[in-house]
Design a protein around this ligand. Structure first.
Ligand SMILES: Nc1nc2c(ncn2[C@@H]2O[C@H](COP(=O)(O)OP(=O)(O)OP(=O)(O)O)[C@@H](O)[C@H]2O)c(=O)[nH]1
Ligand SMILES: [Mg+2]
Length: 220
């Protein structure tokens, strides 16, 4: 009996490569299902806050002035129960110096979300978009378009998430989300398929709204 056991002991060694093959397949499958997103935007617009609220573990402490932070793959749930896995990506600071790193997070099939605070776009105490305020946004959009062309990306989607609406409402209680949305669609020549979400990232209802829309295939 002991001899028989010794004869077959080598079989255990077979389990190691089999285990790593199975592990590889599982990793490849989860990679295939993971959605690629890029959260970009102006400084202090809420990029780190959004990663954190979506459930990215590496972005636990929201701090203004992010440089570059690795975001590991993470999962969240939509209100209909659907689980969404987000592929490994990076949380880039909003300063000009990080714009050149956009190419590291934009690939084939990436859902790109551009974050802006209301005050990045609208003049103080006003219901109209400030033309000069558009310049840093437009230069970043030009960079994004160049990356898409240079990399020969065939499929991507572009959405806008406008944050700090709560603060803007204090000075402009008559502001209408519908009017702002159509201003933004016009200003950035967005088609109907692109999402435009306006709200307060510190409000969980807005986060639910984002979770329900982020990475949706019909945006493409
Ligand atoms: N009132 C309000 N505060 C917000 C909102 N979104 C984010 N904040 C706050 O704004 C500050 C900046 O948010 P961050 O998430 O650090 O911004 P960021 O875009 O990552 O900033 P950088 O990495 O420096 O580019 C934090 O104190 C957040 O709590 C919002 O919609 N409303
Ligand atoms: Mg940040």
């Amino acid at each position: 009996m002991i001899i028989e056991q010794a004869q077959y002991a080598w079989l255990w060694w077979l389990l190691l490569p089999i285990g790593s093959i199975i592990g590889g397949i599982v990793a490849a499958l989860s990679d295939r299902d993971a959605k690629k997103i890029a959260i970009l935007g102006l400084p202090a617009s809420g990029k780190t806050t959004l990663f954190q609220k979506l459930g990215a573990s590496s972005a636990n402490d929201s701090q203004v002035n992010t440089s570059i932070r690795d975001i590991e793959e993470f999962t969240f749930q939509r209100s209909n129960g659907e689980k969404v896995t987000i592929a490994k990506t990076k949380d880039l600071g909003g300063q000009n110096e990080y714009v050149k790193l956009y190419e590291n997070v934009i690939e084939e099939n990436t859902f790109i979300y551009f974050l802006l605070k209301m005050e990045d776009l609208y003049l103080n105490n006003s219901l109209s978009i400030g033309k000069t305020k558009m310049l840093p946004i437009k230069s970043r959009m030009t960079k994004i378009k160049k990356i898409i062309t240079d990399k020969g990306i065939k499929k991507h989607s572009m959405g806008f998430i406008i944050t700090h609406f709560d603060e803007y409402l204090k000075n402009n209680p008559a502001a209408s989300e519908k009017v702002i949305e159509s201003d933004i669609r016009y200003a950035f020549s967005l088609d109907k398929k692109s999402i435009v979400l306006i709200g307060n990232l510190l409000d969980n209802d807005f986060i639910t709204q984002i979770k329900d829309r982020i990475g949706m295939q019909n945006e493409q």
